[in-house]
Ligand binder design. Structure first.
Ligand code: S3P
Length: 438
């Protein structure tokens, strides 16, 4: 990443206008992966044209999947190989910065009998924990190896015969759950996963739409059961806008004085809308319009106006997986609420693209924020007055965008170093920011 990529943001401008955020990152990855192992064609519209999903496309091409060149804002069609058609690649699969790519592919490839695969990532991804996926896959009979006793990439997979298992995941992670479900498609018999709290369920929804024998049971919490043996049939997938990308504008318009914006076509899957609950408790002024459902996912438009006297909030427990990627921008929001906000039970944030608890506290301090870092969260003293600062994304896309919103609240011009990190999930973020603050 080019460390010299600096953006200067001037505080003071309000946000006005209408915007359509880019496609959902989680659904974009899944559309390619599930489309690749389906029979027949899958047509994809609304795909997120950004570094992470393009890493997934690149890996799948190396596995023999016919994916055309993907162009921004253009629908495309992929021809699936079926469950057994994946080829042994001649090259290492490079997952870039994308945890979703690496973890979901581990699940997909573990059961490809007799074929060998090597997966690597960038400096950040190679330090993230992969044992959380490797261990359950090993219980199913998978042969997964990596640095630090299998926990870190580069990861090597020797595809083998898997058996269905009953697996309780220790962390509520959609990536771990999805890897197990994808492995379950090739395992003998039934694979059953229970997670400690509900994480995003796009994989379950999409596998069902493609015809997988998958069901959700509730006796012991959220239990997902998948049976192998069926066929997946290619589908047409319409990908809604990403609520995690919309959240930067939802919070910006709430806290920057005199703002009023409309964000169109946002995915509102209930496993992703934790941020709306927090905005309710803060007393934000927003409305959901034009609710509908596309391709099994609820969507709507979100109208947000500035709200005065925002209340402090506490985030803890089962809501965490429903707003896991929104913690950086909610930390910025907390700086502008009345009173002390607290984020608890958020240790998972330490295993993201960066240690987001540490990095957000470190960078927001530079604006004058009062934040105390705890082992599993943050305590944020609200009503901050931000002064301009030179801050650094530390290569994390969500940190870069959160710091850009924080800069709008600072007096004067602030500089964001390594601002290009945003292209991992939102390449047009800076253009959209310029449009809304014009
Ligand atoms: C994702 C799951 C979450 C999220 C990530 C995308 C997914 O990660 O933070 O940005 O697409 O499944 P975890 O599964 O590690 O919680």
């Amino acid at each position: 990443m080019n460390t010299n990529h600096i953006r200067t943001i001037h505080g003071g401008s309000s946000l006005q206008g209408t915007i359509k955020v880019p496609g959902d990152k989680s659904i974009s990855h899944r559309s390619l992966i599930i489309g690749s192992i389906a029979e027949g064609e899958t047509n994809i519209e609304g795909f997120l044209y950004s570094e992470d999903p393009l890493s997934t496309a690149d890996c799948l091409r190396k596995l023999g999947v016919n994916i055309p060149e993907i162009k921004k804002d253009e629908p495309f069609t992929i021809s699936g190989l079926g469950l057994d058609g994946i080829k042994e690649p001649k090259e290492i699969l490079n997952c870039g910065n994308s945890g979703t790519t690496m973890r979901l592919l581990m699940g997909l490839l573990a059961g490809q009998e007799g074929k060998n695969f090597i997966l690597k990532g960038d400096t950040s991804l190679n330090e993230r924990p992969m044992g959380r996926v490797g261990k359950p896959l090993s219980l199913m009979g998978g042969k997964i190896f990596g640095r630090e006793r299998g926990n870190k990439a580069p990861i090597s997979i020797h595809g083998s015969k898997l058996k269905g298992c009953f697996i309780g995941t220790p962390v509520a992670s959609a990536q771990v759950k999805s890897a197990i479900l994808l492995a379950g498609l090739k395992a003998s018999g039934t694979t059953s996963v229970i997670e400690p709290a509900s994480s995003r369920d796009h994989t379950e929804r999409m596998l069902k739409a493609f015809g997988a024998d998958i069901s959700i049971r509730g006796e012991l919490g959220r239990n997902i059961v998948i049976n192998s043996g069926g066929k997946l049939i290619g589908q047409r997938i319409l990908i809604p806008g990403d609520i995690s990308s919309a959240s930067f504008w939802m919070i910006a318009a709430s806290i920057v004085p005199n703002s009023e914006i409309l964000i169109k076509n946002v995915g509102l899957n209930p496993t992703r809308t934790g941020i709306l609950k927090v905005m309710d408790s803060m007393g934000c002024n927003y409305e959901i319009l034009d609710k509908s459902t596309i391709a099994g996912e609820p969507i709507g438009s979100i109208k947000v106006k500035t709200a005065k006297n925002l209340r402090s909030f506490t985030i803890e427990g089962d809501i965490l997986p429903k707003l896991i990627d929104e913690i950086p921008i909610l930390t910025v929001a907390a700086c502008f609420c009345n009173g002390i906000s607290e984020i608890k039970d958020a240790k998972e944030l330490r295993f993201k693209e960066t240690d987001r608890l540490k990095v957000m506290a470190r960078q927001l301090h530079k604006f004058g924020a009062e934040i105390t870092e705890k082992e599993d969260g943050l305590i944020i003293n609200g009503q901050s007055r931000f002064h301009s600062a030179e801050v650094d994304s530390e290569t994390d896309h969500r940190v870069a965008m959160s710091l850009a919103i924080a800069s709008l609240l600072a007096k004067g011009g602030s500089k964001i170093i390594r601002a290009n990190a945003a292209s991992v999930s939102y390449p047009t973020f800076w253009e959209d920011l310029a449009q809304l603050t014009n």
